[in-house]
Design a protein around this ligand. Structure first.
Ligand code: GLU
Length: 475
């Protein structure tokens, strides 16, 4: 999307340049890191509804300092080269920040997925996969797509199947895309991963009183008033977990058809069911409806979570944003100009490259699972349970021998005696990743008074890592 201040790509580049200005990189290296290595555009025809329909698709590879390169494929009408290049660049910085061994890539197909039947979408997706495969733009070792806006498990299953048919000899074929359904080599917890990552990111922010102070907030997540823009996969899971597990109040949700508000907090499960049944948020019982959803960004609240499109907070509305904390669950929701205004106003922005890294992190776990051909926990789970049982039985025996009368609560025993399943391991790995990345980003912010915000700090950590990997390659 291009705003009056420039394109999405310009916005990402200007944030990148702000960070580079504070670093001491060898001449030319910043430019090498910044530029997008290649963008492939394909126009292909599929015979549908009695005629040949032409589609335009892209796959952009931003940086191959690590391979495979990684990033989602979106299906939307506003997909264009500038957008996929900006998103591919963000993937590079995101993967480096959360320490995943991937370069950055992104793809898109200019299509309104709602305008086509599932069987038609399947034909289009299979044909797109064929085009990508011909150019090694889908491959377990070189380029691994994933879901993004407008795509999900279903599209990934079609892509994985199409790839497998084209490469029947490739034993690692399942690792050609992530975000697949469980039965096709997917991993537990991938669907919820980006929203779960937003929750873990916010928990880490609330474990950092000095950062909260910058935002003029304090206390815990319990009772914080949150506005969520977009109740798609990311917004829905983030809102659900934050309200159900951390006691936050989701006071407003904006969607395509407007917004609903309730100062006491919206029930996200019910709202999601209402949206599925009616197609929108309008008429949701117990809430106030307003057809102008853009107003949600300007509501009085503690935390704003833009979880939909890019460039929704810009020079035209940033000054009216009242949230103290803006958590970028979408990619690029705040433009460079909007960012500067929020900073001047003292709001803290938790940048996209960190806040929404949960999806690609769990994609990494899925890819590793596919390459190792075994699910997480399968070898050690029962052995872990046996060892725990040994300890519990020994403690019970000692207690009985000495007449101490100790008894362990059934709840504790049950939890302690049950070995971790794949979902628990995935969540644990994601939590660890989000905590570590936050600490590295925050240390950069705290230790260098020139660093103005978390985003610049995040870029600096990423760029340093990418520069190091170029350095080891002798560049
Ligand atoms: N599309 C998601 C993102 O923007 C996930 C990418 C992936 O899993 O590779 O981060």
């Amino acid at each position: 999307m291009t705003t009056s201040a420039g394109s999405f790509r310009d916005s990402v580049d200007s944030m990148f340049s702000q960070a580079v200005a504070l670093m001491d990189l060898p001449p030319g290296l910043a430019e090498k890191i910044r530029v997008c290595n290649s963008t492939y555009t394909v126009r292909f025809g599929v015979r549908l509804r009695g005629q040949i329909q032409t589609f335009v698709g892209y796959r952009s590879v931003h940086s191959e300092h690590n391979e495979p390169v990684k990033g989602g494929i979106r299906y939307a009408m506003n997909v264009d080269q500038d957008e996929v290049e900006a998103l591919a660049a963000l993937m590079t910085y995101k993967c480096a920040l959360v320490e995943l061994p991937f370069g950055g890539s992104k793809g898109g197909l200019r299509i309104d997925p709602r305008a086509w039947e599932p069987s038609e979408l399947e034909q289009i997706t299979r044909r797109f996969t064929y085009e990508l495969s011909r150019r090694r733009l889908i491959s377990p070792s070189q380029n691994v797509p994933a879901p993004d806006m407008g795509t999900g498990e279903r599209e990934m299953a079609w892509m994985a199947d199409a790839y497998k048919r084209l490469h029947p000899e490739d034993i690692d074929a399942r690792g050609c895309v992530t975000g697949k359904p469980l039965g096709m080599g997917g991993i537990a917890g991938r669907v919820e991963a980006t929203g779960r990552g937003v929750q873990y990111a916010l928990r880490e922010v609330f474990r950092t009183p000095s950062l909260l102070k910058r935002a003029n907030l304090d206390g815990s997540l319990d009772g914080q008033r949150i506005v969520v823009q977009g109740l798609g996969n990311v917004g829905y899971h983030a809102a659900l977990f934050l309200s159900q597990e951390d006691g936050a109040k989701i006071v407003a949700v904006a969607e395509r058809d407007g917004m609903v508000t309730n100062p006491d907090g919206l029930n996200i499960t019910d709202l999601h069911a209402h949206m599925r049944a009616t197609g929108g948020v309008k008429d949701f019982p117990g809430a106030t409806y307003d057809a102008d959803g853009s107003k949600a960004l300007e509501l009085d609240c503690d935390i704003l979570i833009p979880a939909a499109l890019e460039a929704v907070i810009h020079e035209g509305n940033a000054a009216r944003v009242k949230a103290r904390l803006v958590v970028e669950a979408a990619n690029g929701p705040v433009t460079a100009e909007g960012d500067a205004i929020l900073r001047e106003r003292g709001a803290v922005v938790v940048p996209d490259m960190y806040a929404n890294a949960g999806g690609v992190t769990v994609s990494y776990f899925e890819w590793v699972k596919n390459l190792s051909h075994i699910s997480f926990g399968r070898l050690e789970r029962r052995q872990e349970e046996d060892r725990h049982r040994l300890l519990v039985e020994e403690l019970e025996r000692l207690s009985a021998d000495r007449g101490l009368g100790w008894t362990m609560s059934t709840g504790f025993k049950q939890r302690y005696l049950t070995g971790a399943n794949e979902l628990e391991l995935v969540r644990s790995g994601l939590d660890d990743t989000m905590r570590n990345a936050f600490q590295q980003m925050y240390t950069q912010l705290e230790n260098d008074s020139r660093v103005p915000d978390l985003r610049t700090a995040g870029f600096m950590v990423s760029i340093r890592r990418i520069a190091e990997s170029y350095h080891s390659l002798g560049l």
